[in-house]
Write a protein that binds this ligand. Structure first.
Ligand code: SF4
Length: 382
């Protein structure tokens, strides 16, 4: 079997070139062709010696993921479903804003953490994605969007590992993928613009600080352990105090001077004034230990199996005011791509419920989804 070069960071590609009897610097040229120009055909790579192109042709390939479908929202958000085999699909979402283009990437097919408010969590865990499958989402989206938007320059300026899966439970495949994103010969993204979002895998937060300290976001969602145990089951293993201490340690290596805490606003569950007051007290306690925080309040995207409801806006505003009055920087996330179920796991959950039932995908193939522009690719690869 030949090697998929999307599986390698630059160091890995240099080692691969050495195994082919080539100088390590050839890896830089090859890496640029693949990631900066989106090339997958070695014959296109005209500044590589013909002998190297022949060796590559015999021993390697550049293979992205197969696109199942593309969904374009009226607000410019684009969502892709990719086939990762064995009936599993993953999601990738592009969110354009005036000053940035953010790509939300998946790290696993499904997720084992099982957060109550998360559609992916309800689908269960299938498998970890490989480095190549993580990188492919960026590789595909960047070069597709450049072509689609008629742009020469970079379209994606930010990456958030907030799609399907808990990235820190797929650590060995995640770190090389992050290195490809950061590499100046790859996508050249700054550490501040690449965010790993975790539900709180404490030992891996410490490892990430040493191996690849990018921006960190933590899915908190509750101010005390009893409630968080219920919403984010991983809390039983790594309770809030341990998690916040790991965040304070991370901050010494982090590229930003704060950790972002995500808080999904659930009507009557975690959105009451006393919850906000508890959060303020929690953050004050940990500020003494060196933690600086920013809060991102997220409107919940309801899905039937959750039994949960979205907090109404006055409730969200009142909650935000309590945090802000205490000096905590707080933003309320805008919902994007509502018309295409852009929240994590929603569309894949509709496509596949892990019993193999696939009715909605069939409807999409026939272009039957009312009001949603659905573009179904026929086995497209870049
Ligand atoms: S919120 Fe994240 S960690 Fe929790 S179940 Fe969903 S994908 Fe997994």
């Amino acid at each position: 079997m030949t090697a998929n070069l999307l599986d390698f960071d630059l160091e890995g590609l240099a080692a691969f070139c050495e195994r082919l009897g080539e100088k390590r610097f050839r890896a830089t040229q090859l890496f640029r062709w693949i990631h900066q120009k989106g090339a997958s055909d070695f014959e296109q790579m005209t500044d590589l010696a013909k002998s190297l192109r022949e060796k590559l042709g015999a021993s390697a390939h550049v293979q992205g993921l197969k696109v199942v479908s593309r969904h374009d929202s009226a607000d410019g958000t684009v969502k892709w479903l990719f086939d990762v085999g064995a009936g599993d699909v993953i999601e990738t979402v592009f969110i354009p804003e005036a000053d940035r283009g953010t790509l939300c990437i998946s790290s696993q097919a499904g997720c084992a953490v099982g957060c109550r408010f998360c559609s992916t969590g309800h689908q269960g865990f299938s498998r970890n994605l490989t480095t190549g499958e993580i990188v492919s989402q960026l590789w595909f989206a960047e070069h597709f969007l450049r072509q689609h938007l008629g742009r020469q320059e970079r379209v994606i300026s930010n990456v958030v590992m907030m799609g399907m899966g808990e990235p820190l439970q797929n650590y060995s495949q995640l770190v090389p993928a992050l290195k490809v994103m950061l590499d100046d010969h790859g996508y050249g993204l700054s550490r501040r613009r690449v965010t790993v979002s975790t539900s709180g895998v404490v030992p891996m937060i410490d490892r990430l600080a040493k191996d690849c300290p990018v921006a960190l976001a933590v899915s908190l969602h509750a101010p005390q352990d009893a409630l968080r145990d219920n919403l984010v089951p991983l809390n039983k293993k790594y309770p809030i105090a341990e998690l916040l201490e790991a965040c304070a340690r991370y901050q010494t290596a982090a590229p930003r001077d704060f950790i972002t805490f995500e808080y999904c606003m659930l009507d009557g569950v975690n959105d009451q004034p006393e919850h906000a007051a508890q959060l303020v007290s929690l953050m004050k306690t940990h500020a003494i230990k060196g933690l600086s925080c920013k809060f991102n309040l997220i409107p919940f995207n309801p899905f039937p199996a959750s039994g949960l409801k979205r907090s109404d806006m006055p409730q969200v505003s009142a909650f935000a005011k309590i945090l802000m009055d205490a000096g905590i920087v707080t933003t309320v996330r805008k919902t994007r791509g509502d018309d295409i179920d852009a929240a994590c796991g929603q569309l894949a959950g509709d496509v596949q419920d892990r019993t193999g039932v696939d009715q909605r995908m069939a409807a999409q193939r026939q272009g039957m989804l009312g009001g949603i522009k659905v573009v179904v690719a026929k086995g497209t690869n870049v």
